[in-house]
Design a protein around this ligand. Structure first.
Ligand SMILES: Cc1cc2nc3c(=O)[nH]c(=O)nc-3n(C[C@H](O)[C@H](O)[C@H](O)COP(=O)(O)OP(=O)(O)OC[C@H]3O[C@@H](n4cnc5c(N)ncnc54)[C@H](O)[C@@H]3O)c2cc1C
Length: 450
């Protein structure tokens, strides 16, 4: 298996999407006066830049990225384009009740549409395909769980299809399935092509994107002045408004600390599959297929027919300053699981393997809103491992909040929520270990990979 070795740092070439030449933009130098400063150059930062600039063409906007566009999980994900929030519909209904679940569904269904609209309007070439997502049950208990999800989805008004045992096997013939559901309105994408396309779009609208420009310090407005000051190693900016888009990385105001919990997840990508290996799945197309457990496995095919396989197990480390993106033990575990599920792939070479941070909130919903003495610092984070499409909606919401709009976008369960907060690193560490064990126990009960 290729990829980083034990005790090594992850390199861009270990990440499939980033394993292509890229020339980063300028570094922030000198002092600037701007209307809006955005901190973080992933999906959230770029979507915020886009929607704010579209709404306020005359605002001077800068975006500061610590490394390069897509350095965070936006450049490291599996390219699944879904509107998922709150883990699944059954969980949303249990936690928030039917009415809130339905209101959330109304927002969630906009997410994929926004990605598709951006691709279409700006002709972004990013291998997007609306493939749908299939969730498969390999045991009777998993099938029961899918039945409940189907009912809740239908009640929420979401589009979903049901496949009984026979039809499920016609969909994905290589596993001995008991049932499956399919969300037809989802897709897959090359996330870095999309990001770099969006970077070009916002620059063409007049946003200045600075890379290798970490915001080291941010001083919110004082009682006398609402101006926000931001400092990098080479320059500074004074802004009327700011957006925090650092997701699972610690933000310069520590606003997300212990509210958006940084978990690592890991993924592997193989060499391109031959036709006979592809035929082995007994499944047509590139689409996403997920297991029906909590810490599920998932697979999809890239545009050049590589298998992207992930075991969505999550790891929380006590030391947040250290980078844990390279974890050969997880890569080997994923490889073994992949070959156990799909024995026809035995011996296939893994060409890329990497890990990345996801931001987790305890109610599984993103944390979006505005803060600061003058209410001029906006933020969105905590997509719980599904942020590609929801972050586009977040960018639109931030622009709407900035405009003072009163609509569904600005008045909903996501805004101004106080996410459950754990006040100490040690309690967080122990509590989350216990939470993960509960998930694993439930997966064992469901007959998952455990
Ligand atoms: C392995 C993996 C698979 C995934 N698969 C999917 C999937 O299939 N579908 C899906 O929807 N989601 C998926 N996700 C989750 C998704 O990638 C994230 O939800 C999404 O990328 C979050 O985007 P973001 O812009 O908020 O954060 P990020 O992409 O993490 O961006 C934050 C940026 O802020 C920068 N930054 C941090 N601190 C500072 C600072 N002080 N100054 C300046 N910049 C700073 C970082 O360098 C980083 O680039 C996956 C994630 C991982 C790790």
């Amino acid at each position: 298996m290729e990829g980083c070795k034990e005790a090594e740092m992850l390199r861009s070439k270990d990440i499939l999407w980033l394993d292509v030449p890229y020339r980063a933009g300028p570094v922030l130098c000198g002092d600037q006066e701007v209307d809006v400063a955005i901190v973080g150059g992933g999906f959230t930062g770029l979507a915020s830049a886009y929607f704010i600039k579209r709404r306020f063409p005359n605002k001077r906007i800068i975006l500061l990225e610590a490394e390069f566009i897509g350095f965070g999980s936006s450049g490291r994900n599996s390219g699944g384009v879904a509107g998922n929030m709150g883990h699944n519909y059954s969980n949303l209904k249990k936690k928030f009740g039917t009415e809130k679940m339905m209101r959330l569904q109304h927002l969630m269904k906009q997410c994929v549409g926004l990605v598709e609209q951006l691709i279409q309007d700006h002709k972004i070439e990013c291998d997007y395909e609306r493939t749908g997502r299939l969730v498969v049950a390999e045991t009777d208990r998993q099938a029961k769980r899918l039945e409940a999800e189907l009912r809740d989805c239908q009640q929420a008004g979401a589009k979903v299809e049901w496949f009984d045992r026979i039809k499920a096997r016609q969909q994905f013939g290589c596993l001995d399935l008991k049932a499956a559901i399919r969300y037809p309105d989802e897709g897959i994408i090359d996330p870095v092509k999309f990001l770099r396309g969006m970077k070009g779009v916002v620059e063409s609208l007049g946003v200045d994107v600075y890379e290798h420009s970490r915001c080291l310090r941010m001083i919110p407005g004082s009682p006398a002045s609402s101006l926000i000051k931001l400092f990098t190693s080479g320059g500074s900016a004074v802004a009327k408004e700011a957006v925090l888009a650092t997701n699972a990385y610690s933000d310069p105001l520590r606003l997300f600390r212990y509210k958006v919990l940084p978990f690592y997840i890991y993924t592997i990508v193989t060499e391109p599959l031959s036709q006979s290996q592809r035929d082995g799945f007994q499944f047509t197309g590139r689409g996403n297929v997920f297991g029906a457990t909590n810490l599920y496995w998932a697979r999809n095919l890239t545009a050049d027919n590589r298998l992207n396989f992930i075991e969505c197990d999550v790891f929380y480390y006590y030391n947040h300053e250290k980078d844990y993106s390279c974890r050969p033990k997880s890569f080997r575990r994923e490889y073994d699981l992949m070959v156990r599920k799909f024995p026809f792939l035995k011996g296939i070479r893994v060409t890329h393997a990497w890990g990345g941070l996801i931001g987790v909130t305890l109610d599984f919903l993103p944390f979006i809103g505005r803060t600061g003495r003058h209410g001029n610092i906006y933020f969105s984070a905590g997509y719980n491992g599904c942020g590609l499409a929801p972050s586009q909606l977040a960018g639109k919401i931030i622009a709407a909040l900035m405009a003072g709009e009163k609509s569904d976008l600005t008045d909903n369960v996501l805004i101004g929520r106080k996410p459950f907060y754990i006040p100490s690193a040690a309690v967080t560490y122990l509590g989350l270990k216990a939470y993960r064990s509960l998930f694993k126990l439930n997966d064992w009960f469901l007959g998952g990979q455990g």
